[in-house]
Design a protein around this ligand. Sequence first.
Ligand SMILES: Cc1ncc(COP(=O)(O)O)c(C=O)c1O
Length: 470
Amino acid sequence: MSLYEDLIKYKNEGPYPFCMPGHKRNPEFLPGEIVDITEVEGFDDLHDPKGIIRECEKKAAHLYDDSETFFMVNGSTAGILAAIMAVKGKNGKYLAARNCHKSVYNGICLAGAPVSYIYPERDKKYGYLKAVDPAEVEKILGEGAGPSEDRIREKYYGVIVTSPTYDGVVSDIKAIGDICHKYKVPLIVDEAHGAHFGMDERLPGTSAGIGDIVIHSLHKTLPALNQTALIHVSGDLVDRDRLRYYLSVFQTSSPSYPLMASMDSCMELLRDKDRIKGLYNRLFSNIDRLKEALQDTGFSIINTDDATRLLLGEKDGRPVGRLLQTILRKEGIEPEMATDKYVVLISTLCDTDRGFDILIKACKKAEEELGNMPLPEPAPSGPLPGTISVFSMSDAEGSGAKSFIPVEDSLGSIAAGPVFAYPPGIPLVTSGEVITEDIIKEIDHLRKADIDLKGLRDGKISVLRMDRNM
Ligand SMILES: Cc1ncc(COP(=O)(O)O)c(C=O)c1O
C-alpha cells in the first residue's frame, strides 16, 4: 500500500471527522481541479504581493477588521514565529500565557530572549485552562513601568496570548489590548482556533483589529486546506516591514497556489452572508439535536465560550475522556483529542446532518459500554504547575551536553527540552526550567491517563548535564 492509496481508502472508509481540517472532507467545500504552478507571469508573488494575491489579501482583511492581512501557507506556526521575531527589541523579554502552543515557545527560543509567564487558572471539575486574567497583565506590565513609556517598551517586547484555547476558552482581548496599549507593548493574539469568529452572531467576535498581530489558522475551523492561515496586523506598534521580512524567512519560497486558491475560495464563501447564515443555522440546530440526545445519558457538553467547540464529558466529571475517545473511534467518529476527563470534538459549518447522526449513535453506544464498567471517582484538577527558569530556552537549547534520566529521578534537574502532549502542544516544562515535584506529578498523572507525551524517551526525560554545561 502507498500513502496515496491509504488516503483514498481512509477517505472512503474512514471515520467521520470531528477534528481538523475544518472542511471535514465535505466535497461541497473542497477545491475542484488542483492547478500547481510556480510564480509565473500574472500570478503575483506571496512574498511581495502586488497583483492578484494582494487583492485576495485585501478581500480577507475586509472580512475581518480591515487590518492589513497577509496570506500564509505554512500554518499559524510561521505567523507566530514571524510575529515574535518582528516585535523583538533590545534588552527586553516577552510576556506569554503559559498555555501557549509550542510554536510560541519555539519563537521565543529562536529570538534568544527571556520570557515571563501568566498562569491561567484551571477549571476544578474538568481541568481545562481558563481565560487569561487582564488584571495579571496589568500587574506584570505595571510592575515594569519606569519613568518613561520607552522604558516599558524596552522591558517587554510583546504580550502573547492564545484565545480561543483548544477547549474554546476566549480571553477578554479588548481589556488585555487596552492594558498593553497603555504601556505601548504590542499584543500578539494566537487566534489559530478562532478564524471563524465574527462570522455569525452566535460566535465570539474576532480579535483582528484589537490585537496588534492576530493569527488565524483557516484550516482549523473553516473550509480551507491544511496549512492555510492568515496574519492580521493593525496599529503602529509593529514594524510591518519587519513582519513581512520574517514571514518570508519562515515560509517556503515556493508557496503553493492550490493552498492560496483554497484560502481565496474560503474568503469568497465567507462573503456570501446568506449562505454562511444557512450553514451556521444547520450547525447550531445539529448541536442542539446532540445536546437533546445527550440529556438521557451520563454525558453532557461542557460549555466554554465557542459553541462550536464540543467538549464531551461525563456529567459527574469522572475521568473517562480517553476511554470515551476509544469508543467513539470504534463507532466511526474521529475526535480531535481527549484529556483524562473529556473529549474535544471540533464542529464547523461544513459538518453534515449525517455526521451528527453518527456522533449521536456513537455517544449512545459509549453510554452503554461505559455503564458496564467500573469507573474511577472524579479527582479535582490542581493548578497549572509554576515554573522556574534557570537558563533562557535558547541558552539551554544550545548548550550541548544532555542526558536522558528516569522522570522519577529528575527532581531538581534542568530540562533540556520541552515535554508536552500533542495536541494541545502546551509544554509542561521546557528547556532551561527546573523539574519540580509538581511537574513530575503532572507528567506521572498524564502517563497514567495513557496520554502520549512528546519529549520523553522510554519514560526518560532529557536534562542538562550540569557537569558539562554552562
Ligand atoms: C493554539 C494553537 N496555535 C497555533 C497552532 C499552530 O497552527 P498551525 O497548525 O496552523 O501551524 C496550533 C496547532 O494546533 C494551536 O493549537
